[in-house]
Design a protein around this ligand. Structure first.
Ligand code: XMP
Ligand code: MG
Length: 176
C-alpha cells in the first residue's frame, strides 16, 4: 500500500467544537469529582491535550502505550502488546480511557480487562472517532466525537506508518 494524497475529512473548527462538547459532557458527569484521564499512546495525545482543557473538574493525566499494528498494515492484528503501563494506582478512581479511534475495539477490550482488576471506581471510554462498522469486540464508547465510515484516516494524532500525526485536520488517506 502506498500513500498517494490526503482529503480533508474533519476540519479544525469542527474538531474544536466537538472536543468542547465532549469536555462539557464529561464535566457534567463528573462535576466535583476527580477524574484520571488515561491517554492511549500514541494516537490520542493531541486529542487528550485539547480535551483536558475543556474539562472543568479535577483532572489527572496519565498514559498507557500499546501497539496493535505491525508496520505499515492498516488493519488491527488483534494482538495487543503493552509497551508502557500507567504510572498511577487506579484503586477507587474514575478512569476515562482516551482514544483517537475505536475500530475493531480489540485494543480497548484488552485494556478494559487489564485495568478492571486494579479496582477503579469507574472505567469510561472517550474516543474522538468511532468506526462501528468494523467492530469485533463488544465495546461501546461512553463519549464519542464522530462516527465515521470504514475509511483509513490520519492527522490530529492519527498516523500512517508514523507520519501525519501533526496535521491539524483529520484527513482521508488516499492509497493505491
Ligand atoms: P482497534 O481495531 O483495536 O484499533 O479498535 C484501535 C487502534 O487502531 C488504530 N486505527 C487507526 N489509526 N487511522 C489510524 O491512523 C485509522 O483509520 C485507524 N483505525 C484504527 C488506532 O491507533 C487505534 O487506537
Ligand atoms: Mg490508538
Amino acid at each position: 500500500m502506498k500513500a498517494e494524497g490526503l482529503d480533508i475529512f474533519l476540519g479544525e473548527k469542527e474538531i474544536r467544537e466537538k472536543v468542547k462538547e465532549l469536555g462539557q459532557k464529561i464535566t457534567e458527569d463528573f462535576k466535583g469529582e476527580d477524574v484520571l484521564l488515561v491517554g492511549v499512546l500514541k494516537g490520542s495525545w493531541i486529542f487528550l491535550a485539547d480535551l483536558a482543557r475543556e474539562i472543568d473538574t479535577n483532572v489527572e493525566i496519565s498514559f498507557i502505550s500499546v501497539s496493535s499494528y505491525a508496520g505499515k498494515k492498516t488493519v488491527s492484528s488483534g494482538v495487543v502488546r503493552l509497551l508502557c503501563d500507567i504510572d498511577r494506582p487506579l484503586d477507587g478512581r474514575n478512569v476515562i480511557l482516551v482514544e483517537d479511534i475505536v475500530d475493531t475495539g480489540l485494543t480497548l477490550s484488552y485494556l478494559k480487562k487489564l485495568l478492571y482488576v486494579r479496582n477503579p471506581s469507574t472505567i469510561k471510554i472517550c474516543t474522538l472517532l468511532d468506526k462501528p462498522s468494523r467492530r469485533l469486540a463488544d465495546i461501546n464508547p461512553d463519549y464519542a466525537g464522530f462516527e465515521i465510515p470504514d475509511e483509513f484516516v490520519v492527522g490530529y494524532g492519527l498516523d500512517y506508518d508514523g507520519k501525519y500525526r501533526n496535521l491539524k485536520n483529520v484527513c482521508k488517506l488516499k492509497v493505491k
